[in-house]
Design a protein around this ligand. Structure first.
Ligand SMILES: Nc1ncnc2c1ncn2[C@@H]1O[C@H](COP(=O)(O)OP(=O)(O)O)[C@@H](O)[C@H]1O
Ligand SMILES: [Mg+2]
Length: 215
């Protein structure tokens, strides 16, 4: 039996309008799950709820056996630092610093080291000495993905990680993420509007009419 890394039950949340109602969701080790849906359907909000950043109006999120929204801030910080790999749309790279320095900060904080093979596979190894501000959007995006994976997270939460990449580079990034999960016995939840990318995952769900439906 594989281990359950995330178990969300009975999740409901409303902002200006009800986004979801009584959603159940589970993620196992080695699993990649895609969530697709129209803009405004609440995909990003759901990912934030699963990853400790937004407490839902109702329901519980158990992550690595811990009931997320009952934890103290320092316990949450520990989980975020060591166990979660957050790839959100805005990547917070330090623009004035070199690519390599951005990676070093992450590995230092997580007591890990930089994986040169990973940089090769993402085709960013040659960019390490350049300042972030000198790199293209797509290059920056791959640096930020390398930074997240360098922390060796147990669960990856990715919100449109291939959003501003061309098809070929997007495929390359997906391959790297899926390989990472396999090798490190990790798991991933991927939010995307690209059904082709979704199909590369083990399971795909559509967020529609306040519910998640597998397709
Ligand atoms: N922090 C927030 N406060 C208020 N409304 C929000 C907040 N975050 C998202 N929303 C609203 O919730 C809805 C769903 O947003 P979002 O989860 O970003 O959808 P998606 O990622 O599917 O496009 C939108 O109408 C958005 O304006
Ligand atoms: Mg979104």
């Amino acid at each position: 039996m594989s281990k359950t890394l995330l178990n969300a039950t009975n999740i409901s949340h409303t902002f200006d309008y009800p986004l979801f109602s009584k959603i159940d969701f589970a993620l196992q080790e080695q699993e990649s799950i895609a969530i697709v849906g129209r803009s405004g359907s609440g995909k990003s909000t759901l990912l934030h709820i699963f990853s400790s950043f937004i407490q839902p109006n109702e329901g519980t999120v158990k992550l690595l056996e811990k009931n997320l929204y009952t934890l103290k801030e320092n316990e949450l910080e520990k989980i975020r630092r060591y166990d979660l790999g957050i790839i959100f749309q805005a990547h917070y790279l330090f623009k004035g610093m070199k690519a390599i320095e951005n990676l070093e900060i992450a590995t230092l904080l997580a007591n890990e080291s930089i994986d040169t093979k990973l940089l090769e596979r993402l085709e960013i190894k040659e960019l390490m000495e350049q300042k972030i501000g000198e790199l293209s959007g797509g290059q920056q995006q791959r640096i930020s993905i390398a930074r997240v994976l360098s922390k060796k997270p147990k669960i990856i939460f990715a919100d449109e990680p291939t959003g501003n990449l061309d098809k070929e580079t997007a495929k390359l990034v997906m391959d790297v993420l899926l390989k990472y999960i396999e090798v490190h016995n990790a798991a991933m939840i991927l939010v995307t509007h690209d059904e082709e990318m979704a199909r590369l995952c083990n399971k795909s769900f559509r967020l529609e009419n306040q519910a998640l439906k597998e397709f």
